[in-house]
Write a protein that binds this ligand. Structure first.
Ligand SMILES: [Zn+2]
Length: 373
């Protein structure tokens, strides 16, 4: 779905679409627009019969009334394989998803298709793509005890987060060690630390295994990935002897997971609640600094001023560990950034840009193939 539009004359909405490959079933989609809201029930098809794709990219273009507030492409095939969409353009301008821009998903088929026969629709709101931007987390979404947390359907309070890390270390002493990256963050009223979960089957031994870092939630209110990396640590630790993929990982990688890089942002007003009403968590740290843009750039290019205690602590902790690669998780958009994130490739290409593109494309395709949500 597009961002909200405001045109004074009819405009063109175009894109390329295809099915995944010849050996997979074809997909069906409906291009549509809304004159009012982003709710699924507000959308009107631009054509009455769903369009069937083939495995070859095909261009589609529609003229949309000037009054349209949103345009969208709705995949209506069920239990097929993968609907591929590329180069969406509105009035000749390509839509590029940026962080924080809502991306619609999970529209149900009848919501739009039945508009062709002008049936009244159930008023199903189009959900936000990610809970991280929904601001609807209430007390009931918080785990207040470790036992509750280990059911893995709630977010931890800060207290439970620290208990969970202790639990990992105590339950798996030969595999897990908790590192403290920063003992005391800037928050003046709430005590927070930045931790890393070190997972390795060679703890305390010299190793030539490459070190890998997963880090998350440098933007405090992007909490889905905070939960996800904790769940990942839990899975790896609990399946270290039973899952061959996990065994292979542990035999070949010295793994670190920093689940919460910005605890002052996530637990901003209280340690017991996150996100609620958009005020309990913040994007920035306590000093109102955007920490994902707080690291030094290349020497001689541009100096980063006002390096925050969290940033400096992570630099100091990362440096001696010689990580060969790391992934930093965010929420709110489906996007993979690769170096240099400070410039576009046209401005300053990275020496390994081709490799990053290849790897990022494969990662994105695999994620979409496994779960489109
Ligand atoms: Zn982010």
């Amino acid at each position: 779905m597009s961002p909200e539009l405001d045109f004074s004359e009819p405009f063109t909405f175009s894109f390329f679409a295809r099915s995944f490959a010849d050996r997979f079933p074809d997909e069906k989609f409906v291009a549509c627009y809304s004159l009012t809201t982003a709710a699924a029930s507000s959308f009107i098809p631009l054509h009455c019969e769903p369009i069937t794709t083939t495995a070859a990219w095909a261009a589609y273009s529609f003229t949309v009334p000037a009054e349209a507030k949103y345009v969208a492409v709705h995949c209506v095939s069920h239990d097929q394989y993968m609907f591929c969409l590329d180069d969406l353009t509105i009035r000749g301008r390509r839509i590029i998803q940026t962080e924080g821009t809502p991306m619609a998903s999970q529209m149900t088929a009848p919501a739009i298709i039945d508009r062709c026969s002008v049936k009244e629709q159930a008023n199903d709101e189009m959900p936000n793509a990610l809970a991280s931007t929904s601001r609807d987390i209430s007390d009931s979404h918080m785990a207040n005890t470790l036992e509750e947390m280990l059911r893995w359907n709630k977010y931890p309070t800060y207290e439970v987060y620290t208990e969970l890390l202790q639990h990992f270390q105590e339950t798996f002493p030969n595999l897990c060690q908790i590192d403290t990256i920063l003992d005391t963050t800037p928050h003046p009223d709430l005590h927070h630390s930045i931790f890393a979960i070190h997972i390795s089957n060679t703890l305390g031994q010299a190793t030539t295994k490459p070190a890998f870092l997963y880090s998350s939630t440098i933007h405090g209110w992007e909490v889905v990935c905070y939960y996800m990396v904790l769940r990942l640590a839990d899975y790896i630790l609990n399946n270290a002897t039973t899952d061959t993929a996990v065994q292979r990982l542990l035999d070949n990688v010295d793994l670190y997971i920093c689940p919460l890089e910005n605890p002052d942002g996530t637990y901003h007003l209280t340690n017991d609640l996150i996100l609620k009403d958009g005020i309990h968590s913040t994007y920035h740290n306590y000093n109102d600094v955007q920490m994902n843009r707080n690291y030094p750039l290349l020497p001689g290019i541009e100096d980063t001023v006002n390096i925050q205690p969290e940033t400096q602590a992570i630099i100091d902790w990362v440096t001696p560990r010689h990580f060969v690669m790391s992934v930093n998780f965010h929420c709110g958009a489906e996007i993979l950034n690769y170096p240099w994130d400070a410039w576009t490739t046209a401005q300053r290409s990275h020496a390994d840009a081709d490799w990053f593109r290849y790897t990022c494309q494969n990662y994105a395709s695999l994620c979409q193939a496994i779960d489109t949500a």
